[in-house]
Write a protein that binds this ligand. Structure first.
Ligand SMILES: [Fe+2]
Length: 296
């Protein structure tokens, strides 16, 4: 196994070669990959033709898979193409056809184009995400990642002390409101409850590397002790700071790429592609975090 670092200036991201992740992997290889994820945040594997079972098996080397339950999607089980071990990040309906332009499920999925970390709106936020490019867009559809440790390090000491103990509220409703979606019209009151905001710290520390990172997402709609509009502008400024070129890697997808990233220390978003004319079938497995960061 060989790892070539993508952004050497900040030690962010690696392209892993000389490995076949569809094979059985021993614990030394897995702990090496796990250490590299803590160090580099993001690993790219090329030419890994995975089926769903192989993706599940590889994912489970890193922890427990978080199912696509009630509070992550507005797709009901009968509207899903994939097993509930997967997050369906495609633009496809249950019959493998592109979702209609006016389909609420498409609108909801557009939230992936806003900067976020996966499942920060859950009491126990996600650890890793693994995205497999089964069919990728020919034009567009890239995924961008930013290193939130480098973004934190670059803040002034004054800013670091301001944000040190701040607590933010994350919900899928907040990010969808930024797209002018009226969730009350899209889903039932019962379903809205599943998206109740959860508290997260604005700064978190990696227990292994001891590095601090900004924990941001477009899912933030409120910060404790701030008026709402102030909080939104405050977060927008921090997102703008974090997404500057220095901290950014854009992944241009080839078919059969698998990208695994650490949601605890990075942020990402998908870029535009023509979702009416192109099929983009990318399948995500998500590894659960192990603890709540703040009592709810
Ligand atoms: Fe995501």
């Amino acid at each position: 196994m060989k790892i070539e670092i993508i952004k050497k200036n900040i030690n962010f991201g690696g392209i892993v070669s000389d490995i076949n992740i569809t094979e059985d992997l021993n614990s030394d290889i897995i702990s090496n990959l796990d250490n590299k994820l803590n160090e580099l945040c993001l690993l790219v594997f090329k030419k890994q033709k995975l089926n769903d079972d192989q993706q599940i098996k590889f994912s489970e080397y890193f922890g427990k898979i978080e199912g696509a339950g009630n509070n992550t999607t507005i797709r009901s089980m009968k509207e899903r193409r994939l097993s509930d071990k997967f997050g369906d990040v495609s633009n496809l309906d249950v019959n493998n056809k592109p979702l209609k332009k006016s389909d609420n499920k498409r609108f909801f999925a557009l939230g992936n184009r806003l900067w976020h970390t996966d499942a920060s709106f859950k009491k126990i936020p996600a650890k890793y995400s693994l995205l497999s490019g089964r069919k990728v867009a020919k034009i567009g559809g890239e995924t961008q990642f930013v290193d939130m440790r480098a973004a934190y390090d670059a803040l002034s000491e004054e800013k670091k002390s301001i944000i040190k103990n701040l607590i933010s509220y994350h919900s899928l409703i907040y990010s969808r409101q930024k797209l002018a979606l009226d969730m009350k019209k899209m889903i039932s009151a019962e379903e809205i409850k599943n998206f109740s905001p959860v508290k997260q710290p604005l700064v978190r520390e990696n227990k292994i590397t001891k590095r601090k990172s900004l924990f941001l997402a477009s899912h933030i709609g409120k910060i404790e002790g701030m008026e709402k509009p102030d909080a939104i502008l405050f977060v927008n400024d921090l997102i703008e700071h974090s997404t500057q070129e220095n901290f950014l890697y854009t992944h241009h997808w080839d078919e059969d790429d698998l990208v695994i990233w650490d949601n605890r220390q990075s942020m990402h978003r998908g870029l535009y592609f023509n979702d009416q004319n192109e099929i983009r079938d990318v399948r995500r497995t998500t590894i659960s975090g192990t603890e709540m960061l703040i009592d709810q």
